[in-house]
Design a protein. Structure first.
Length: 261
């Protein structure tokens, strides 16, 4: 039986420690979250978009922009909860130093999850700003509901952070995280509805994509950006919440096993 989370206010101290480190290097770290989504939206949206005709009549750049918001929140989150967390755990021994104090293992892991989700939220802020700047030219943002992209990004960031940290708890070297990316993240990235309308895909692909967390995030973000809200999005929110809870309990169990020698 998995013990109840041993979480206290010290979780915030873990988050604060990671935030303070980030504030010293944020200028170097802002380049990737800003320019890569911009390159994807313009390169694929305008370049590939010349050869893509959607049945809805929507411009391709309008279609992929919300998917980009969801996908790059995922990438930003797993980079932090994967490689960065592994480095703090194994190379810098930061986890060991923290749990030698009154900070519990669950405080450390929960703080790591919330910090990684925060990094995903920062990525979302960048992408929303870029989308708003491009909107006068390509009408990307069509609804004031786009503001709710940010809380959804934070919610999905918690889910992806738990997923990546769970993978981190099992690997014996940082290079092994490449298997997690290849087997879990890349299939979601390509078949999660970011670049292709799922309703036009084969039935088997549509069925498989339902089990991919990114697909549910993309559906919500696309509705918020376009203003085309559907009742099914409540199901997407519930799906994300349940998966996040399951992954969170799993990562607590796995990290306790890893850190208690």
């Amino acid at each position: 039986m998995i013990a109840a989370p041993d979480v206290s206010y010290r979780t915030f101290k873990v988050w604060q420690r990671n935030r303070d480190v980030f504030m010293h290097i944020w200028k170097a770290e802002m380049i990737w979250p800003v320019f890569e989504p911009l390159i994807v939206m313009l390169g694929l949206g305008l370049g590939l978009g010349k050869f893509v005709e959607l049945e809805s009549g929507q411009e391709y750049i309008q279609f992929i922009a919300p998917g980009t918001m969801a996908a790059f929140v995922m990438w930003g989150t797993i980079a932090e909860a994967g490689w960065a967390s592994y480095n703090r755990m194994e190379n810098q021994k930061t986890f060991a130093a923290m749990i030698a104090t009154p900070v519990s293992i669950d405080d450390v892991i929960t703080g790591e999850v919330i910090w990684a989700a925060t990094k995903g939220l920062i990525s979302a802020v960048y992408i929303v700003i870029v989308s708003l700047l491009l909107t006068p030219f390509w009408d990307i943002v069509q609804s004031p509901l786009v503001i709710f992209v940010l809380p959804v990004a934070l919610m999905s960031g918690l889910m992806f952070a738990c997923m990546a940290l769970l993978a981190t708890s099992f690997v014996s070297s940082v290079s092994q995280l490449a298997y997690f990316v290849s087997l879990v993240i890349m299939p979601m990235f390509w078949v999660g509805g970011v670049f292709f309308p799922l309703e036009e895909m084969p039935d088997g692909v549509q069925f498989a994509s339902w089990f991919m967390p990114l697909r549910h995030v993309v559906d919500i973000q696309r509705g918020l950006v376009s203003g085309d809200m559907q009742w099914s999005m409540l199901g997407d929110v519930a799906w994300i919440a349940v998966v996040t809870l399951v992954l969170y309990r799993a990562v607590l169990w796995s990290m306790r096993r890893r850190l208690i020698k």
